[in-house]
Design a protein around this ligand. Structure first.
Ligand SMILES: [Zn+2]
Length: 567
């Protein structure tokens, strides 16, 4: 049996493990330091002392100064700087995110012409014959569907395809269409559509499941290429202040655990994993995980750095595609016609199947994470997790919970179910939420405040690569429920905004608690000294959408008291 309450703090318990208060400090940090001690607020202190990678003292400068000796390193903050505990991302797809590192990024391209310029430059850097891949274009931003002919003009016969920013369509050039054998005679697959011109010729745009017709022809990267990409990507995370992530598994099946999770384990064992990772599996790998003795929270291999995370179950579909499972029907009148999986969407795994899987997992010490976007899926997920509440040392969790019936909001806390949310999803989702759910969207949508008020533990992530991994705009979104990209300036359900201190806790502390790690995420005595130095302006209130919080970057990141990143 595990811990009843993921929120329970460790300070008292940890004191017994600390050394004598008369010890000499390895490191003394002085300035404005948020410890996140206690249950709310920033817990400001003037100084913390670090020995052996852990905070051993926190309090007034005058109390800590005498603990410093000749060998003590000192970090004195400038008046316009503060220290926060380092960030942790509670929901990422690490291998898929890493695969995007050498892909063309069109998220900054305001127009098709800008996008083509970026693609042309990438084309010139690539060796002959290599496929060009990319992401980030947006038909709403560009105001037009790009075509194969557009792409042909800048890549000179090289096969090329680029995912839209929400990954629901692929824009391919003529060489990629030819490699896939797509022409006017090719029929649409059951789960997608090939966009065509008036004469029936494919235009180069492949919607939903039709994307695979092209993407499956791109050469697969080698395992060593992927490993190197994951390593480089994780090093990049440190520049945002992120020292740990929860990997919610690859989207491709990995029945025998030789895919992404093995890459992460081997990187850790080889000393090549720049951030701490909790890596998860999908349902088809549950048998192999149980057989292999994997337990949530335990190391994957010989290194402490990569640990086993969760069994990930898909409870429903998505908001954008209107396949999320709702208690009441989707709004009619969408220009795209009826929702593809029925008026209320559909569960992708039934409540009974989810309960059975969660139970099998819990009996083996494996906690469960359920993807649930719609209010009906969230209810089923809570029902499925109720019988296995508190059975594992790492808590169970629900991912996304974008719409929650008010009667279910209070169930997270008593069941010990972590609310794993990605505030930045709201940036792109707001208009689809209003279109798809009408009045309900703001009433029951993205209920961060309600879950927190009812005692639930919010753990923030960004769901990269589906959103940009930068955690800072999401922190601002949690507080403001608004984004500068929304025009005219708009706010989505302000009653569900949370306070800045709670948003910081949800990104710096709660992911640690959600992983059963009660000695991380705070800078109170007993906790590992994972911290970042950021501009004080980041926490000025009121928070401005697109302001100093949304644009913040640390100048220094320490993990266990050692420099992990320095600008
Ligand atoms: Zn995800």
């Amino acid at each position: 049996m595990g811990d009843a309450d993921p929120k329970c703090t460790l300070e008292a318990e940890m004191d017994v493990r600390l050394g004598s208060p008369s010890m000499t400090l390895d490191l003394l940090v002085e300035g404005r330091i948020a410890t996140l001690a206690g249950e709310a607020g920033f817990g400001w202190v003037e100084a913390i002392g670090v020995t052996g990678g852990r905070v051993v003292a926190a309090g007034p400068r005058a109390d800590l100064d005498p603990l410093a000796g000749g060998a003590t390193r000192r970090l004195a903050l400038a008046p316009d700087e503060i220290v926060l505990p380092a960030l942790r991302d509670a929901h990422i797809h690490l291998v898929e995110a890493a695969r995007t590192v050498n892909q063309v990024d069109l998220s900054g391209a305001a127009t098709l012409a800008d996008g083509l310029e970026i693609i042309a430059a990438a084309h010139r850097r690539l060796p002959d014959g290599a496929w060009l891949e990319g992401t980030g274009w947006d038909v709403t931003r560009w105001g037009e569907w790009p075509t194969a002919t557009d792409l042909d003009r800048v890549v000179a016969g090289r096969p090329a395809f680029l995912w839209s920013h929400e990954l629901h369509q692929v824009w391919a050039d003529s060489a990629a269409l030819a490699a896939a054998g797509i022409d006017a005679t090719t029929s649409d697959p059951p789960d997608g559509r090939i966009r065509r011109d008036e004469t029936g010729q494919p235009t180069g745009m492949l919607h939903e499941g039709a994307s695979k017709l092209v993407t499956r022809h791109a050469p697969e990267p080698t395992r060593e290429w992927l490993a190197t990409a994951v390593e480089a990507y994780c090093r990049g995370l440190l520049a945002y202040g992120i020292v740990a992530v929860h990997d919610l598994a690859q989207l491709v099946p990995d029945v025998d655990l030789t895919g992404g999770i093995a890459i992460i384990r081997d990187l850790a064992d080889g000393g090549r994993l720049p951030v701490r990772v909790h890596a998860s599996i999908r349902t088809e790998a549950l048998g192999a995980a149980i057989e292999g003795g994997l337990r949530s929270g335990a190391p994957l291999g010989g290194s402490e750095r990569a640990r086993f995370g969760w069994l990930k179950i898909f409870g429903d579909g998505s908001l954008f595609s209107r396949t999320a499972f709702l208690l009441e029907p989707w709004e009619l009148g969408d220009e795209r016609g009826a929702p593809p999986t029925g008026p209320r969407g559909l569960p992708t795994t039934t409540a009974a199947e989810m309960a059975e899987l969660a139970n099998r997992a819990a009996a083996a010490g494996i906690a469960t994470a359920i993807h649930a976007i719609g209010d009906a899926a969230v209810r089923s997920a809570l029902d499925a997790l109720a019988p296995v509440a508190h059975m594992t040392t790492v808590p169970n969790r629900i991912e996304h919970l974008q719409f929650v019936d008010p009667s279910d909001v209070g169930r997270f806390h008593p069941l010990g179910v972590v609310a794993s949310v990605q505030p930045i999803h709201l940036r792109g989702d707001a208009r689809w939420a209003r279109a798809g759910l009408g009045d309900r969207a703001e009433r029951i949508g993205y209920p961060w405040r309600a879950v927190e008020d009812a005692g639930g533990l919010l753990a923030f992530g960004a769901d990269a690569p589906y959103e940009d991994v930068d955690p800072w705009p999401g922190l601002a979104m949690a507080v403001t429920r608004s984004d500068p990209s929304w025009s005219p300036v708009d706010v989505f359900g302000l009653h569900e905004a949370i306070t800045l201190d709670m948003a910081v806790r949800a990104h710096c502390l709660h992911p640690a608690l959600a992983a059963g790690e009660r000695d991380r995420g705070r800078l109170a005595p007993g906790h590992q000294a994972d911290l970042m130095v950021v501009p004080a302006a980041a926490i000025d209130e009121p928070t401005i959408p697109g302001g100093p919080l949304a644009r913040a970057r640390p100048r220094l990141v320490l993990e266990a008291g050692e420099v992990a990143f320095e600008r």
